[in-house]
Design a protein around this ligand. Structure first.
Ligand SMILES: Cc1cc2nc3c(=O)[nH]c(=O)nc-3n(C[C@H](O)[C@H](O)[C@H](O)COP(=O)(O)OP(=O)(O)OC[C@H]3O[C@@H](n4cnc5c(N)ncnc54)[C@H](O)[C@@H]3O)c2cc1C
Length: 460
């Protein structure tokens, strides 16, 4: 008999007042009993709508059935057939718009907490020592550029098929946005390292500090014996507003701010790459990146942190849970507000941002109501730090150093549905193709491309 409780089994979190002052993980996860109870809420519908909501098609009802019976190892085996990073996806996937959005239990109550159970099953697996068997080598070499979720997944899939895979990563640490963007309090870096260790155990080699397009080009890799190259270089180029005063001291892109905090550990005493300790911070934007930057600024000791967003609450693109967590921790939401100028003092240090109030007009091409300026509504918000979280685009380096690689006008690499680019033997996926998206979509693209690369090499 399914558990007919209409709400999700609650997951413990650190109390807001305490967690707003530390970088430890906010959500504390399920116990074994919680995971069994929650998994037992699945109705095992014949048409399995949750599976169609998962970009990598995990056999969700099957792993829930195993978890409900307490067979957590078997549950892990089901998940790992489709996903190579479950401890990460259980934490950061937007389940509310994917698998859980399709769950029939969501019609009259809350959907099954699929992500929470996935997280429990993966963490329980990772806590134990595992001996990973290296697959039989098949004698073929593939290069992967970038070690974010798309590159890691592509590498893992190919390694499981026996390929000799080398990942080339520009930074000194592997993981992409998982290590330099998403903060420790949402995704502990030890979890990312464990998943990367699993790949190393499969035989994947990772060369860090290797900027492809500078140290070596994609063509050098192909000439060097790699039979195919996968490009998973993400979309790390920040956008700015191009308003007056944006070059003042104290204005950061969210990318730089989060990299300093997360990757370089600027929140620790004596960090080599420090960060300004601001008193009043404005974060411009309303997505996940803006929420992460605001919550980091709060944890660094700011007295007031505001989200400044030109549309309303309903239009905030960030995950609901992240918005709620930010509010609980004390982040102020200044909605329907748009900055028009950064105001500096005599030393060009940020003193304020000048903003206008907005109202929502007719829907625009995206279907969202267009924000329109309210005449005469200008005001100054005193701040000493401004963080721009306005989106990102792919870095043009690979495009400019790889002849014949077709790209969109905004910089995305053009591929077919299998990740094949305009260059033979060269595949791509993740944010470098789609623009800023999600971890699971990047993983899905890495997996698809790995199978296309295998087919390409076997048919040569
Ligand atoms: C702050 C933040 C929070 C986010 N939160 C979430 C979330 O909660 N849930 C979610 O699903 N998604 C979230 N996302 C989006 C998600 O992280 C990305 O969609 C995903 O990481 C894209 O994966 P990727 O492999 O395409 O690229 P990335 O993760 O960007 O990895 C690309 C890697 O390539 C490397 N690289 C770039 N150029 C070169 C080069 N020339 N040579 C060698 N290496 C290179 C980069 O250093 C990087 O390590 C968030 C993004 C950010 C920035």
């Amino acid at each position: 008999m399914p558990n007919m409780q209409s709400t999700k089994t609650e997951m413990r979190t650190q109390p807001p007042k305490i967690r707003a002052k530390n970088f430890d993980e906010v959500a504390l996860g399920y116990t074994e009993e919680d995971a069994k109870n929650e998994a037992a809420r699945c109705l095992h519908c014949k048409h399995r709508p949750c599976v169609s909501g998962c970009p990598v098609s995990i056999a969700i009802p099957d792993f829930l059935a195993e978890a409900a019976a307490g067979n957590f190892d078997a549950a892990y085996d089901v998940i790992s057939k489709s996903s190579s990073l479950p401890a990460i996806c259980g934490r950061v996937c937007p389940q509310e718009t994917q698998c859980e959005a399709k769950c029939v239990r969501g019609i009259k109550g809350e959907p099954v907490g699929i992500g929470r159970i996935e997280r429990f099953v993966a963490d329980r697996h990772n806590e134990k020592m595992h001996k990973t068997e290296k697959p039989e080598p098949n004698g073929h070499k593939v290069a992967v550029v970038g070690s974010g979720p798309s590159g890691l997944t592509c590498a893992g899939e190919l390694a499981k098929m026996g390929y000799d895979v080398t990942i080339f990563e520009a930074l000194h640490t592997a993981g992409g946005v998982l290590v330099y963007g998403i903060p420790e309090f949402r995704l502990p870096k030890s979890i990312v390292s464990l998943e990367i260790d699993n790949l190393r155990a499969l035989g994947v080699k990772i060369e860090t500090d290797m900027v492809i397009g500078r140290v070596l080009s994609v063509d050098d890799l192909l000439a060097d014996g790699f039979e195919s190259v996968f490009i998973g270089t993400g979309a790390g180029l920040p956008k700015f507003m191009n308003i007056k005063g944006e070059s003042c001291n104290g204005v950061y892109s969210a990318n730089e701010f989060l990299t300093r905090v997360n990757l370089m550990g600027a929140y620790r005493e004596g960090a080599d790459t420090p960060i300004m300790r601001a008193h009043r911070v404005a974060v411009v934007g309303g997505g996940n990146v803006a929420m992460d930057a605001a919550r980091c600024a709060l944890r660094l000791g700011a007295d007031e942190v505001s989200i400044v967003y030109r549309r309303g609450e309903e239009e905030l693109p960030a995950r609901r849970e992240e918005v709620e967590h930010a509010k609980e921790e004390g982040v102020v939401f200044r909605l329907l507000t748009n900055p028009v100028e950064v105001v500096g003092d005599e030393k060009r240090a940020v003193r304020a941002i000048r903003c206008v109030k907005m109202e929502l007009g007719e829907p625009d091409a995206s279907g969202r109501r267009r924000p329109v300026e309210v005449k005469g509504s200008e005001f100054e918000l005193p701040v000493d730090c401004v963080i721009m979280a306005l989106g990102t685009s792919p870095n043009p380096l690979i495009k400019s150093t790889t002849a014949g690689l077709e790209t969109e006008r905004w910089g995305g690499i053009v591929t077919d549905e299998n990740g094949a680019t305009s260059r033979p033997a060269v595949y791509a996926g993740g944010d470098a193709v789609t623009g800023a998206a999600t971890v699971i979509l990047a993983m899905g693209a890495g997996k698809t491309a790995a199978h296309a690369i295998d087919e390409y090499i076997r048919s040569k």
